[in-house]
Write a protein that binds this ligand. Sequence first.
Ligand SMILES: NC(=O)c1ccc[n+]([C@@H]2O[C@H](COP(=O)([O-])OP(=O)(O)OC[C@H]3O[C@@H](n4cnc5c(N)ncnc54)[C@H](O)[C@@H]3O)[C@@H](O)[C@H]2O)c1
Length: 311
Amino acid sequence: MAEVVFSQQTLATLEGKVVVLTGGAQGVGAATVRMACEAGAHVFFGDWADDKGRDVEAALKKTSAGGKGSANFQKVDVREYASQLALFDAAYRAHGRVDVAISCAAVGEPAGFFEPASLDLQSIREEPRALTANLDINVTSVLLFSRIALAYITASKSSSSSSSSSFSPSIVLVSSIAGITEAPGLFAYSTAKHGVIGLMRALRPVAPLRYGVRVNAICPWATDTQLLAGVKDRWVAEKLPLNQPVDVAQMILQCAADPSLNGKSVFVAGGRGYDTEEGYDKTQGQWMGEKLAEEWNRGQRVLGMGDGWTD
Ligand SMILES: NC(=O)c1ccc[n+]([C@@H]2O[C@H](COP(=O)([O-])OP(=O)(O)OC[C@H]3O[C@@H](n4cnc5c(N)ncnc54)[C@H](O)[C@@H]3O)[C@@H](O)[C@H]2O)c1
């Protein structure tokens, strides 16, 4: 198993770097904002939970006073393109650069859309807007975030105020274990989180070569935040592995700063992180068959970087 190990030394390379993050008002996002800020990064974070975001910002302003990092909150609704753009703009205006972009905002499953009671020929006539709204937050916004991030990071590298260090910029997308395995009851959430893994896989061969930007995904299992509230008691009673938000934050920032990491899906369980892509790739010959795997790899070479065959 390919364990991803958190390193304080790697975290320290974030000092002076500019980090943009969505979903930073609580839970995993807030833990990531704190850790990055304490490591000396300038963190620009957004969330639609205005009060909670401002509380995180105010607390960090107090504790990190005199430190090198800074925390800068603004209200963001990731469903709105202009709102995400404004977050990147704020970072770029203040520092002339963006080094790391972390998409963490998400919501849980809207209940009741796949239960027998909601599936008859009468109830199905009503459009389930909560399902599409869920996808807007959990996957469409992540696609838009990634596109905006590539533009800002690329502009940073060519801007005159570029940092002189050899730091390797990156995007980190927070998916879920529900993005790589089956997830009972999570129909829309799982659709979206698999989409996030699809996006990471589409970007990983292209983004480093074309933009000099690494891309990784984080797949937390049960983590002690409000998202887990509905099942937490049973989870703890069964003594199942439970992450603290800070454990997931460590994996996010390890992927953000470690120049050797690209194209990983880091499964975070019981406080430790494991790349699942390595095993998936290594066993390709088993689940696809050796002959088809060889042909598939030839097909991938024909598709190349994806130029010239997509409209
Ligand atoms: N907690 C878990 O067990 C678990 C497991 C797997 C994956 N995750 C993922 O980890 C990430 C963090 O989740 P968390 O557990 O900290 O949950 P959380 O609910 O504490 O944090 C999510 C944050 O996203 C924000 N957000 C939601 N919709 C938004 C919008 N439209 N615009 C701006 N901000 C918005 C929320 O206000 C909140 O602050 C999410 O991507 C989640 O899917 C969590």
